[in-house]
Design a protein around this ligand. Structure first.
Ligand code: C2E
Ligand code: MG
Ligand code: MG
Ligand code: MG
Length: 285
């Protein structure tokens, strides 16, 4: 609410700001209720191997079905959830449900799921929360999911904001065989000099670079640089936001291998039933 302060430090009544503050308070109240009344659902977006064209895993993306507003996008409510700390219980629900779902699929559809992974986004607030490791251990134990099928997505800024504790935390996660992925890679302030010291398995190239790949030379060069860097460090790469055949072709033409792609070209995020249809139909791109 610092923005409500005028230049001299006293509060100026601004009706627009006021409406925003009220909306935000309402959103916070609604979020608290939503946790209690289970208004969240996970959607799943496939991550596709660019060499085989097969689905290699899914990213779990939370959706909020608000009783009167309908579906609220995470970009609207995650920031509020982070500011209020509500991301901690929401994040726990998401982790629990994602692990439970993959375990159910493994038991029900063993032929299609033997190497499917599930990716879960972790907010920097969750990353800072004490007891995160214990919570993850508990969820893995309860759901029976082998940790090597769980992939956690964190951003560079999450690591950099928690520089002192981050490396140790990442190592604790890695020691459990959990897979680690840097999300939106290339948009954070550059951490190239640290990258090799972190136990990261995967770099996910931000979709802003993938967007321009067929259009602008510099996007292609940035992607090529990230893919080369990842290859040299023994990491895998996911290109996020693949929307067109042309982008897919360009990614497959890169001299260094871009292992995976994710985006609307393959599928939008879908509910769990539709996700089963995707992997059980053995689609190939
Ligand atoms: P993200 O982790 O980078 O997830 C990818 C976002 O890009 C998703 O948006 C996805 O629907 C969208 N996307 C995928 N393919 C395409 C494409 O081809 N074109 C375009 N234009 N967009 C594409 P979504 O689901 O709205 O999520 C937005 C962000 O909210 C996520 O970005 C993530 O940072 C956050 N988020 C979502 N679910 C969770 C969650 O369970 N926990 C936390 N902490 N954050 C979450
Ligand atoms: Mg993500
Ligand atoms: Mg991303
Ligand atoms: Mg993002």
């Amino acid at each position: 609410y610092a923005k409500v302060q005028g230049r001299a430090g006293y509060a100026v009544f601004d009706p627009v700001m006021h409406t925003r503050a009220v909306d935000r308070l309402q959103l916070e109240t609604d979020l608290r209720r939503a946790i209690a009344t289970h208004e969240f659902q996970l959607y799943y977006q496939p991550i596709v191997s660019l060499s085989t064209g097969k689905i290699s895993g899914f990213e779990a993306l939370v959706r909020w079905f608000h009783p009167t507003r309908g579906m609220v996008s995470p970009s609207e409510f995650i920031p509020v959830a982070e500011d209020t700390g509500l991301i901690v219980p929401i994040g726990a629900l998401v982790l629990q449900e994602a692990c439970r779902q993959l375990r159910v699929w493994q038991l029900k559809y063993p032929d299609f799921t033997d190497d499917l992974t599930i990716s879960v986004n972790l907010s920097s607030v969750q990353f800072r929360q004490s007891g995160l490791i214990e919570q993850i251990d508990e969820i893995l134990q309860e759901t029976g999911l082998d940790p090597s099928f769980l992939k956690l997505e964190i951003t560079e800024s999450t690591i950099m904001e928690n520089a002192d504790s981050a490396k140790a935390l990442l190592e604790q996660l890695k020691a459990r065989n959990i897979l680690l992925c840097i999300d939106d890679f290339g948009t954070g302030y550059s951490s190239l000099s640290y990258l090799h010291r972190w136990p990261i398995d995967t770099l996910k190239i931000d979709r802003s670079f993938v967007n321009g790949i067929g259009i602008e030379a510099h996007s292609r060069e940035i992607i090529w640089t990230i893919v080369t860097l990842a290859g040299n460090l023994g990491m895998e790469v996911v290109a996020e936001g693949v929307e067109t055949e042309q982008q897919l072709t360009q990614l497959r033409l890169l001299k260094r291998e871009c292992h995976y792609g994710q985006g609307y070209l393959f599928s939008r995020p879908v509910d769990s039933e539709a996700a089963v249809k995707l992997f059980a139909s053995e689609l190939r791109w």
